[in-house]
Design a protein around this ligand. Structure first.
Ligand code: TXA
Ligand code: MG
Length: 341
């Protein structure tokens, strides 16, 4: 086991993290979405260490992070599509990952054998300084052990990665809190495979149209293949039984279900609704869909820490960033939804 150091992101610490990456090692670093587990995207050995540290199946590809637009061209095959140029101009740096045809520079270990690669330019200043200092694109999945909720603080990364990586840069809590929007740019119309901070409406505003993949708000059917390999895995699920309760009578119904359930129970809801539950145990998720996006993963981790056996969550309107919230919450609940009319 190696020693895992947590460091404030001073210029000196960022330089050292960049040295680890240049030397083929893996480090934890903040982005505006969630923390990433970064390695040299052009070094297959380094990339394999990411899969090992995460316990991730080798058929799930990684996102490549760049800091400057000039770094994009060598990573993709052919000319930069007009659509991609428009999207980059509108949303980079920011929480948008574009799936594009990959060049020969991208190792198979990164793309998991696909002929495409997901690329994003994060907005977080520490992430950008790290990429600049490493002087190479950084491949990075979310810095959780496979199957756990994505980490939104450096402590979450330490929980999952202690002894597995040499260093974590601590940039404080992540602003968005859910992973980036993954977009199949060249589909017609462009298709969101994973919703995030850049919404379908924002994308349609730039390109004229945008579709959302069917798998976003329901489980894959028997025999159905996932367009985004990550969507076929069970994700984010707490150890306890999580149910989403929707409809106009959700709060009443949650109270009844809570009172009837044995053991340690907890309710997830917008902060403003907490008083509806009286003395019952509540984990408020901040205000609105933005608050829920920011706090959902931390809340799911806490459910395991308190040993919650039954978790009841209010549902959120699946528009704007609420679509990302309902996608993550749905997957954590194995899409088990109770309707309270
Ligand atoms: O916000 C984020 O995107 C974070 C931060 C660290 O940047 N990263 C992240 O990476 O969430 P990861 O590996 O946890 O999720 C990447 C998702 C997976 O669902 C994967 O299947 C999908 O993107 N993906 C990656 N490359 C793809 C490709 N070429 N085609 C289709 N899906 C792809
Ligand atoms: Mg992930």
């Amino acid at each position: 086991m190696m020693n895992t150091e947590i460091c404030a992101p001073s210029p000196e610490a960022i330089a050292r993290a960049a040295e680890w990456i240049r030397g083929g090692e893996v480090v934890g670093f903040p982005t505006e979405t969630v923390y990433g587990l970064g390695a040299d995207a052009l070094n297959p050995e380094a990339v394999r260490k990411i899969f090992l540290a995460k316990g991730r199946p080798a058929d799930n590809p990684l996102i490549v992070h760049i800091a400057q637009l000039e770094e994009l061209d060598p990573l993709i095959r052919g000319e930069l599509p007009e659509r991609a140029r428009k999207l980059a101009q509108a949303f980079w740096p920011g929480p948008l990952t574009m799936i594009l045809p990959k060049s020969a520079l991208i190792p198979d270990a990164v793309s998991a054998g696909l002929d495409t690669v997901g690329i994003r330019m994060p907005e977080n200043a520490v992430a950008r300084k790290l990429i600049d200092a490493a002087q190479r694109p950084i491949a990075a999945p979310s810095a959780n052990r496979s199957g756990r909720p994505s980490p939104t603080t450096a402590m979450h990364v330490l929980e999952d990665m202690r002894g597995r990586i040499p260093m974590i840069l601590d940039g404080g809590p992540c602003r968005v809190g859910v992973e980036s929007t993954v977009l199949e740019v060249l589909a017609d119309p462009p298709r969101v495979l994973r919703p995030g901070g850049i919404t379908p409406a924002m994308i349609a505003g730039v390109l004229g149209g945008c579709q959302v993949d069917q798998s976003v708000l329901r489980p894959l059917k028997e025999g159905e293949t996932a367009r985004s390999p990550g969507m076929k895995y069970r994700h984010y699920a707490p150890k306890g039984h999580l149910v989403i309760v929707e409809g106009p009578k959700a709060a009443e119904s949650i109270c009844r279900l809570y009172d009837a359930a044995p053991g340690i129970r907890c309710i997830l809801c917008p902060q403003e609704h907490a008083p509806l539950y009286g003395a019952r145990r509540v984990r408020p998720l901040g205000s609105g869909a933005e608050g829920a996006a920011e706090q959902l993963f931390a809340a799911l981790r806490e459910m395991d820490e308190i040993g919650a056996q039954h978790i009841f969550s209010e549902s959120f309107e699946a528009t704007g960033i609420g679509l990302a919230v309902m996608n993550r919450l749905g997957r954590a609940a194995a899409f088990e939804v109770v309707s309270a009319q």
